[in-house]
Design a protein around this ligand. Structure first.
Ligand code: SAH
Length: 253
């Protein structure tokens, strides 16, 4: 079997943050798979077929792309940000683990992209400058109790937190609960950054304190960074503030 499947990270949205490696993988593909909203970001190219799908069916999308790659053509499966961060990379690996033996002989390449937490962090300064962790607030694939336990552990351990999937139409209350949970461990003055649709035309950034953080700032396209007790804000005349977490001097628990 000679098929190739490239799982390509498109970055946060701005074409300038697409890596040359990702651009090359897209150019070489004979068939493009992915969630329709992400595929729309890839300009059409002659001789390339497109197979958009609904966002909810990750496993089915991974299997469809693997089947196509096993049939011979060079296939690219596109994801937002990085394929390995709450995205199709793991879904493809899972499909291979449980799929036909032939899929294990495919040439599978994960092509990294700029993940949302890095894009948001870069907009405001260096909030991830010291130890941090990333959590998805989606309880579609894990119980809410697990999320609460991880929020408690991460906040109590002094990590800065990057929160993916904070809200969706089907998950309206989770973010409010998460803020409540974090307020048990962190001072009210802890900085919270909301980065929405970063790199896209409707980008919006907001900085708040944990005491005042309002869930209305967030939607499905928002990545939230909750600082640690060490995270600081530098006010600047006529310029947006810089938010950063110092590399030393952490006042850990
Ligand atoms: N693989 C993606 C994450 C997919 S999970 C990545 O590496 O970025 C989807 C979540 O990612 C969204 O709910 C949001 O939290 C975040 N996200 C994706 N693109 C974003 C963008 N341009 N701006 C802000 N957050 C984004």
């Amino acid at each position: 079997m000679t098929g190739r499947l490239a799982v390509v990270g498109l970055g946060p949205g701005d074409a300038r943050s697409l890596t040359p490696e990702a651009a090359a993988a897209l150019a070489e593909a004979k068939a493009l798979y992915g969630y329709a909203g992400y595929l729309d970001r890839v300009p059409p190219r002659a001789g390339q077929s497109r197979h958009p799908s609904d966002n909810r069916e990750e496993g089915a999308r991974a299997r469809a792309a693997l089947e196509a790659a096993a049939d011979g053509p060079n296939v690219a499966l596109v994801t937002a940000g990085d394929p390995g961060v709450f995205a199709m990379g793991a879904a493809v690996c899972e499909a291979i683990e449980h799929g036909p033996a032939a899929w294990r002989t495919l040439d599978v390449a994960m092509i990294p992209g700029v993940t949302a937490m890095l894009a948001v962090a870069a907009r405001v300064g260096a909030p991830l400058g010291h130890d941090f962790c990333a959590l998805s607030l989606s309880d579609n694939l894990k119980p809410w109790e697990t999320i609460e336990r991880r929020l408690d552990a991460a906040a109590a351990a002094g990590f800065v937190l990057a929160l993916y999937n904070p809200v969706s139409r089907a998950r309206p209350w989770q973010l409010g609960k998460a803020f409540e949970r974090l307020r048990r461990h962190l001072p009210g003055a802890t900085l919270v950054v909301f980065g929405r649709a970063v790199g896209r035309a409707d980008e919006r950034l907001a900085i708040a304190t944990l005491a005042e953080a309002d869930t209305v700032e967030a939607d499905m396209a928002t990545l939230i960074i909750v600082g640690s007790a060490a995270t600081r804000l530098i006010a600047r005349p006529g310029l947006p503030p810089l938010v950063y977490t110092p590399r030393a001097g952490e006042v850990g628990p």
